[in-house]
Design a protein around this ligand. Structure first.
Ligand code: HEM
Length: 413
């Protein structure tokens, strides 16, 4: 087992009553079963608590607290490191490094955020995404083809991880034969950082992988997202190459490690519940609602915010530059919001979850994500007989800003 991060001293403004020891990366319970641990946190720790791990930070686990903080962007900022400070890293970078790509607009606050989000809004509209449904089904089937005869697979490595990468390549207009190159980039991107400039180097590498295609689509537009983005304007001004790189990097980060885990939790739930598989096989129309309740029951993203001013929030004193984690997996398991939240119940009265976040940063890719999730459940149920968890190889998880699934071995007869 890895050693937990060292503990930071408790600042004077944090009251003793809300200190709870939780390492969001390496908590053993979280790594054993993320949502069991999320439930435990919600019932055991205050809905706003401070942990001394990982430098010391706040954790918001209640629904209302996450909802309110996500919408108050003046107090809880998404500008975690100001751009001037990022530029200060330049002396540590190679001389020909070029533009430092920043995942735009997830790193901004309104009103700037509103301006930079606008061009992406139309590109990811429900209609535009719906038009891709059958293309996504084909990609999903091609991956299932590779495993269907073998009676077992690691669902993450064989299907959940390559599918969003293929969708990403296809949407951006990059050739599908670059799949393995982009899968390597995903792995490198997700590996633990060994230095502070690692994230900058990795984002540059992702931007470099797209550079040629971004350049080519400027003068030779096609029917893809890069060409569409080149045509958009930012606040009345033409698109720039640097911003194309920024958008590309964000879509890479936001679109890949998310859907992988959504699919993983969904297939795990199905593998553990053969009767439920049978119900959905008999009535595939139920898959839309089934996928939605999976998103609530197994919410997995944990966005970060920076406190911009000294403030009292949910009865706690917070100071400028404190960090808070929006622990959305807890919010969607909060009994104050959802009756019997641990129960998977497709017919529940209130199913308005915040798996895609809430407020101005609410997920831009939610329509695409929903299609990818529904299609993979449809095709796995249609193409495979009843599948189950592999009793000899348990699922493996990773903590952090995404409660990620690293492996999900399943079997079928
Ligand atoms: C099940 C899959 C997904 C989940 C659970 C998810 C969740 C989220 C959440 C919680 C946020 C808000 C982050 C914050 O408040 O800081 C977000 C933002 C975002 N997501 Fe997703 N996401 C998923 C899939 C996708 C996909 C497939 C794409 C597109 C390629 C995408 C693109 C984005 C973008 C661009 C943002 C930033 C929006 C902004 O800052 O205005 N997401 N996502």
């Amino acid at each position: 087992m890895n050693a937990l991060s060292p503990t930071a001293p408790k600042p004077a403004h944090v009251s003793d009553a809300v200190v709870y020891d939780f390492d969001m990366f390496l908590d053993p319970g979280l790594l054993a079963d993320p949502h069991e641990r999320a439930r435990e946190l919600v019932s055991e720790a205050p809905p706003v608590f401070w942990t001394p791990r990982n430098g010391g930070h706040w954790m918001l686990t209640g629904f209302k607290e996450n909802y309110d903080a996500s919408r108050d962007t003046e107090t809880f900022s998404s500008v975690l490191v100001p751009p001037e400070m990022i530029e200060m890293a330049r002396p540590m970078l190679p001389p020909d490094f070029g533009h430092i790509p920043l995942p735009t607009p997830i790193n901004m606050d309104p009103p700037q955020h509103t301006i930079y989000r606008a061009p992406l809004q139309g590109v990811f509209s429900p209609r535009a995404m719906m038009a891709r449904r059958e293309e996504i089904r084909e990609l999903a089937n091609s991956l299932i083809d590779d495993v269907v005869e073998q009676g077992h697979c690691d669902f993450i490595a064989s299907v959940a991880e390559p599918l969003p990468v293929k969708v990403f390549l296809k949407m951006l207009g990059l050739p599908l034969d670059r799949l393995s190159e982009f899968r390597v980039l995903v792995h490198e991107f997700l590996a633990p950082s060994s230095s502070q400039i690692d994230p900058v180097l990795r984002m540059r590498k992702v931007a470099d992988a797209m550079k040629g295609d971004i350049e080519a689509r400027r003068t030779d537009p096609r029917d893809d997202l890069l060409s569409l983005l080149w045509k958009t304007e930012i606040d009345g001004k033409p698109m720039t190459f640097e911003l194309m790189e920024d958008f590309g990097v964000l879509l890479f980060i936001a679109g890949l490690d998310t859907v992988i885990n959504g699919m993983g939790y969904g297939i795990r739930h199905l593998a553990r519940n053969p009767d439920f598989q049978a119900r959905l096989r008999d009535n595939p129309k139920l898959i839309v609602e089934a996928a939605e309740e999976i998103l609530r029951r197994y919410t997995f993203t944990v966005p970060t915010r920076r406190v911009t001013r000294d403030v009292e929030f949910a009865g706690q004193q917070m100071k400028e530059n404190d960090r808070i984690m929006l622990f959305l997996p807890g919010a969607d398991l909060d009994p104050r919001e959802f009756a019997n939240p641990e129960v998977y119940d497709m017919e529940r009265e209130n199913n308005v979850h915040i798996a895609f976040g809430v407020g101005p940063h609410r997920c831009l890719g939610s329509h695409l994500a929903r299609i990818e999730l529904q299609v993979i459940y449809e095709q796995m149920l249609a193409r495979l007989p009843e599948f189950r968890l592999d009793p000899e190889q348990p699922a493996r998880f990773r903590g952090g800003n995404i409660l990620a699934m690293e492996a999900l071995p399943i079997r079928w007869d």
